[in-house]
Ligand binder design. Structure first.
Ligand code: SDX
Length: 428
């Protein structure tokens, strides 16, 4: 006998099926709710509402668990390469050697963007935020590949678009950076690995080669893996809902980049560093700023703290915090922001305000400190988040399409005026 949930409305009892996930999570299936009760549910921010079933990522917010296709994030961050994780998220299994070789080869062969795109960059002001540039460049890619605008064309066509995106996003990201600092663009080099190629396009100059430091490349590999997917977060849900209208993958990913830009989401990694700098400039009085964060009348929030799902620690933050110590030591970087961040974490986690609300450091709290040590400017931090999240967004879009999910179109409860007649302007 399958489990059900009973709801009583106006004295009538209605029964709905309860579905159970692989990890025994339960959901009341309300697909027939409006048809049988003439009622809908309402849940601003979808704090209690599931939008889909998914086999990609599992989060347990209470126990700080994160797994991609069943593999614990701690193992993937330690043992895998980013492209292996991208393949896992998108195609569902860790690639065999031959599969990974073909995947890498295909991506390597698509790293160049059309020469005409250089003119787009030149039109931007130098202070253009790279996230705004990146979002527009990604949707512009669709205009160079008109056949990609039909997401139902064929599996091969979808795969080609997936490989083009994985290949070209690092190129476009590096071009956004070079454009911002008004340095010449550096072309991809096919003999370099995925991460080394990105670092070369970011930091090489026509006047001299750049030798990627293995410590930097390894740190970046780990960071990209830790950001690769996070189930139905704001930007992934954006990608799914845009894709549900059968908009092409470039347009869906561009929308995801825009959603990620917000300081409450991926933009928090830049906001954390700006917050730590501001506190330092203000004399480093952490008690003052933590009091501001707790004050309902003060809009200031501790950026990098809190999470919709993790009401205990964010497993990624634990890994990144340790990596920050290791990377800064290996690079011989002494950044007072790291000590300030650690002190802030300690004070906050002994404060009932944060403990009672389950507010712990999230993935964005320490990541910026590593990016800074890698000489990546703060305006590029959220671009780095997007580079990591790309395979997750692609996997979510692909799953939505393969599950033939209907177009996303939520209902609402109307609270406006009742019917009224038009009033001519002289009578208003
Ligand atoms: C990411 O969803 C994902 O998976 C996202 C992400 C991913 O990988 O895709 O993990 C990446 O976006 C991480 C989050 C990055 N954002 C920040 O660090 C910004 C600061 N954090 C917050 O704005 C907030 O914690 C959110 C947006 C992350 C979560 O907000 P919720 O779940 O809507 O919680 P809430 O705003 O309702 O807060 C609950 C309470 C409130 O107080 P009360 O009304 O109960 O008195 O906690 C307070 C909030 O005022 N609160 C904070 C706080 N975050 C929440 N108070 C001070 N500082 C904070 N950072």
């Amino acid at each position: 006998m399958s489990e059900t949930a009973k709801i009583e409305i106006d004295g009538k009892t209605f029964e709905f099926p309860v579905i159970t996930g692989t990890e025994n999570e339960k959901a009341i299936d309300i697909k027939k709710l409006r048809g049988t009760t003439n009622c809908i549910t309402i849940d601003p921010g979808f704090k209690n509402t599931g939008s889909t079933t998914s086999a990609i990522t599992y989060l347990d917010g209470e126990n700080g668990i994160l797994r991609y296709r069943g593999y614990p994030i701690e193992q993937l961050a330690e043992k895998a390469t980013f492209l292996e994780v991208a393949y896992l998220l998108i195609y569902g299994e860790l690639p065999k050697e031959s599969e990974l070789k073909d995947f890498k080869k295909s991506i390597t062969n698509h790293t160049l963007v059309h020469e005409d795109m250089k003119q787009f960059f030149e039109a931007y002001p130098s202070q253009a935020h790279p996230m705004g540039v990146l979002a527009s460049m990604v949707v512009s890619l669709s205009t160079f590949y008109p056949e990609s605008q039909d997401p139902n064309r064929s599996d091969e066509a979808v795969d080609l678009t997936i490989h083009r995106l994985l290949a070209k996003l690092p190129t476009l990201a590096a071009m956004s950076y070079k454009n911002a600092v008004r340095h010449p663009f550096i072309y991809p080099k096919n003999e370099l690995g995925y991460i080394e190629n990105f670092l070369n396009m970011m930091f090489a100059m026509p006047t001299e080669d750049y030798k990627p430091n293995p410590v930097v490349a390894s740190a970046l590999n780990k960071l990209l893996i830790l950001h690769a997917d996070h189930e139905q977060n704001c930007s992934a849900s954006t990608v799914r809902i845009v894709g549900s209208s059968q908009a092409n993958l470039y347009a869906s990913i561009s929308a995801g980049i825009s959603a990620l830009w917000g300081p409450l989401h991926g933009g928090a990694n830049q906001a954390v560093i700006e917050m730590l700098d501001k506190i330092q400039e203000d004399g480093g009085d952490l008690d003052k700023w933590i009091a501001k964060a707790k004050d309902k009348n003060d809009p200031f929030r501790l950026m990098g703290f809190g999470h919709r799902v993790y009401k205990n620690f964010d497993p990624r933050a634990k890994i990144i915090k340790k990596a920050a110590d290791d990377v800064l030591e290996q690079l011989g970087v002494d950044d007072p922001a790291l000590d300030l961040a650690k002190k802030m974490e300690k004070i906050a986690l002994e404060d009932p305000y944060f403990i009672d609300r389950g507010l712990y450091p999230n993935v964005d709290f320490y990541s910026g400190i590593i990016y800074k040590a890698l000489n990546i400017p703060s305006e590029m931090f959220t671009v780095m988040f997007a580079l990591g999240r790309l395979p997750g967004w692609i996997a979510q879009w692909k799953e939505m399409k393969e599950n033939k999910e209907p177009i996303g179109r939520p209902r609402q409860i109307y609270t406006g005026e009742n019917e009224r007649d038009y009033v001519s302007i002289e009578k208003r």
